[in-house]
Design a binder for this molecule. Structure first.
Ligand SMILES: *[C@@H]1O[C@H](CO)[C@@H](O)[C@H](O)[C@H]1NC(C)=O
Ligand SMILES: *[C@@H]1O[C@H](CO)[C@@H](O)[C@H](O)[C@H]1NC(C)=O
Ligand SMILES: *[C@@H]1O[C@H](CO)[C@@H](O)[C@H](O)[C@H]1NC(C)=O
Ligand SMILES: *[C@@H]1O[C@H](CO)[C@@H](O)[C@H](O)[C@H]1NC(C)=O
Ligand SMILES: *[C@@H]1O[C@H](CO)[C@@H](O)[C@H](O)[C@H]1NC(C)=O
Ligand SMILES: *[C@@H]1O[C@H](CO)[C@@H](O)[C@H](O)[C@H]1NC(C)=O
Ligand SMILES: *[C@@H]1O[C@H](CO)[C@@H](O)[C@H](O)[C@H]1NC(C)=O
Ligand SMILES: *[C@@H]1O[C@H](CO)[C@@H](O)[C@H](O)[C@H]1NC(C)=O
Ligand SMILES: *[C@@H]1O[C@H](CO)[C@@H](O)[C@H](O)[C@H]1NC(C)=O
Ligand SMILES: *[C@@H]1O[C@H](CO)[C@@H](O)[C@H](O)[C@H]1NC(C)=O
Ligand SMILES: *[C@@H]1O[C@H](CO)[C@@H](O)[C@H](O)[C@H]1NC(C)=O
Ligand SMILES: *[C@@H]1O[C@H](CO)[C@@H](O)[C@H](O)[C@H]1NC(C)=O
Length: 484
């Protein structure tokens, strides 16, 4: 009654039948599909990618009790992607061992026919897929990071990608050192991401960037885009996860009218997350788009930051050509019960994404060092932020003033509500215990023990500047404005 589909492997067949007689479920091991452990060669990596690919597709065609694939514990499998998992329905992939991305020459990494690189694991147009287990996926990103810094060529795979997937569960795994993003859910509906650990070796990233003069006083000046968990879609929960990295830790990406399953990234609950370093629990960036890029109704709750570079980070992007560029929506974003220990840069940033790298297509013209003298950060009115709520946010030992909240007078932001925001800053630089504000209508600030207010001019706290300038980090940051 449980005839197995892989007739080329009679030993596995016998074992499977024996197991079935005592247990209902018979996970399909990738070993049954020829996977070889402990071999980091290209060929072994290729064989292992192929084994996982065929095992998942076999599970997808199997009867109810056989729809689980296992990467067994106690094994390390070097891995190259064999293809995209497409049209998978009601399958569990359990990784109890280790999948380790091929760490040899990155020029051997396979590409799709259109030239885009294969991600390490990608599910497209699928439903009810669960990716779980006590194991890990190792990205071996180091040589990819070197390559991108050295050559400026960036063809890096992400680690786990889903495209137009419904009812996806991603849980329990440890994800290490992805070449690029660790998790990237695109156009997903009804997803849950839980009990995940994302860990980037920031010491290695730091020494790499230092050797190119791209690291200043604990701050990477060149984002390596090793984002933690990035999501575009609808009805999504991310909970009980831990992320250490140097870029967006949890980041909501926009969706628009061209998406298949939703037209707006919306209805998401991100809660009980621990973040070490990272540039924040982020929204965006949201570039304008003729199809209206949209993020709406997102709740971040109980996020604990340890030494974040930024903590609460909302990034509406500018539109150099409003006629062509279109518009965007960032509406009803709530941050509640948040704690940040020692923010290394801005505790709160709501403005154009700070990205100003020569030769980088994502350049927004917004300096990392804005609003220090001679820096710019343009805003425009195409992506206004509306109904932003921050309730019960405490930050201790912030390097700088509490935050920057800048919109554009041609289409202001509105309906900001900040309650019990307590930010203790070490320098009060550069505008005291206040926000630098521009073009926000109907902004309510209540309940903080030391009420923060808006200032509208970065130099209005001139008296504090000589004191702040003595702070060694500010001093060195001022001296090393490599990306003015
Ligand atoms: C893989 O290598 C480890 C460590 O050398 C060893 O303990 C393990 O038995 C090996 N596994 C296989 C399947 O060869
Ligand atoms: C890798 O596989 C190819 C084709 O299957 C074969 O020609 C080659 O000898 C293999 N290399 C090694 C090192 O096993
Ligand atoms: C599924 O079960 C049916 C009958 O129970 C059987 O005929 C069929 O071969 C099975 N298919 C697979 C792929 O195991
Ligand atoms: C994939 O494309 C990149 C350039 O985008 C290239 O460097 C690499 O060699 C290609 N991989 C293969 C296996 O051809
Ligand atoms: C995933 O982790 C949670 C929490 O530790 C646990 O309850 C659950 O059983 C785990 N799931 C699997 C499939 O191991
Ligand atoms: C998502 O879940 C909701 C609530 O359970 C359900 O109404 C909806 O049909 C689901 N959407 C899809 C595409 O499965
Ligand atoms: C999202 O969830 C809501 C409430 O459960 C449901 O009505 C809606 O259909 C879901 N969205 C999609 C695209 O399934
Ligand atoms: C919509 O689906 C098509 C076909 O699968 C795919 O090529 C496209 O990337 C999807 N669009 C989005 C925004 O996910
Ligand atoms: C404020 O948030 C912290 C977590 O940062 C939490 O421990 C505390 O209970 C919250 N206070 C209230 C009044 O909800
Ligand atoms: C700002 O630029 C002007 C003109 O280039 C220069 O004279 C001035 O010293 C600069 N100020 C700082 C603080 O760099
Ligand atoms: C607001 O947008 C207008 C039109 O794009 C632009 O000219 C102006 O400089 C912007 N204001 C700020 C403060 O960036
Ligand atoms: C001002 O914003 C609050 C939310 O903070 C909203 O409830 C209220 O309706 C807004 N008032 C006006 C006049 O728009």
């Amino acid at each position: 009654m449980f005839s197995k589909h892989h007739s080329f492997c009679p030993a596995a067949f016998v074992i499977a039948v024996l197991v079935v007689s005592t247990a209902y479920s018979t996970p399909i091991s990738i070993l049954e599909y020829g996977a070889v452990a402990n071999d980091t060669s290209y060929n072994a990596s290729y064989i292992n990618g192929k084994a996982l690919f065929y095992a998942v597709n076999a599970a997808n065609n199997a009867n109810a009790s056989d729809r689980e694939v296992i990467v067994p514990s106690g094994y390390v499998f070097s891995f190259l992607p064999f293809g995209i998992f497409t049209g998978i329905h009601n399958v569990v992939v359990r990784i109890d061992g280790v999948l380790s991305a091929f760490a040899g020459d990155n020029l051997l990494w396979p590409n799709m026919t259109d030239g885009r690189t294969f991600n390490i694991i990608e599910f497209d147009n699928s439903d009810q897929v669960t990716l779980t287990g006590q194991g890990s996926i190792v990205g071996n990103g180091y040589h990819w990071w070197w390559y991108v810094v050295l050559t400026g060529l960036d063809n890096r795979p992400h680690m786990i990608v889903t495209q137009s997937v419904t009812n996806f569960i991603l849980e329990n795994l440890t994800l290490l050192n992805s070449p690029q993003y660790h998790v990237f859910l695109r156009d997903n509906v009804n997803a849950t991401v839980q009990f995940l650990t994302v860990h980037v070796d920031v010491t290695e990233q730091q020494s790499l960037l230092e050797s190119f003069g791209l690291f200043e006083d604990g701050l990477p000046m060149f984002p390596l885009n090793t984002d933690g968990i990035d999501i575009a879609g609808e009805n999504i929960t991310v909970r009980h996860c831990s992320v250490q990295n140097f870029d967006d830790s949890v980041c909501i990406k926009p969706a628009n009218k061209n998406y298949n399953l939703t037209t707006c990234s919306q209805n998401m609950h991100i809660h009980d997350i621990f973040i070490h370093l990272g540039v924040g629990a982020s929204v965006g960036s949201v570039p304008p788009d003729p199809a209206v890029n949209c993020i709406r109704n997102i709740l971040f709750e109980r996020i604990h930051f340890d030494h974040p570079i930024k903590a609460l980070y909302v990034k509406p992007n500018p539109c150099p050509d409003p006629e062509r560029d279109g518009t965007g929506i960032v509406d009803s974003i709530t941050y509640k019960d948040i704690f940040a220990d020692t923010p290394l840069w801005w505790p709160i940033w709501v403005s154009t994404q700070q990205q100003h790298q020569p030769g980088n297509g994502a350049d927004t013209g917004c300096s990392f060092f804005y609003p220090l003298p001679n820096t710019t950060c343009p805003t425009q009115g195409c992506v206004p932020v509306t109904r932003l709520t921050i309730k019960n946010f405490t930050a201790n030992g912030a390097l700088l003033s509490p935050g920057v909240l800048r919109c554009n007078e041609t289409n202001p932001c509105r309906d900001f509500y900040f309650e019990d925001v307590n930010i203790q800053t070490d320098t009060g630089f550069p505008f005291g215990v206040n926000y630098l504000c521009h073009a926000i209508e109907n902004f309510t600030i209540v309940g903080a023990s030391s009420p923060l207010q808006c200032v509208y001019n970065a130099s209005s706290e001139d008296d504090d500047i000589p004191v702040a300038l003595k702070h060694p980090m500010v001093r060195r940051a001022l001296n090393s404005r490599k990306f003015p």
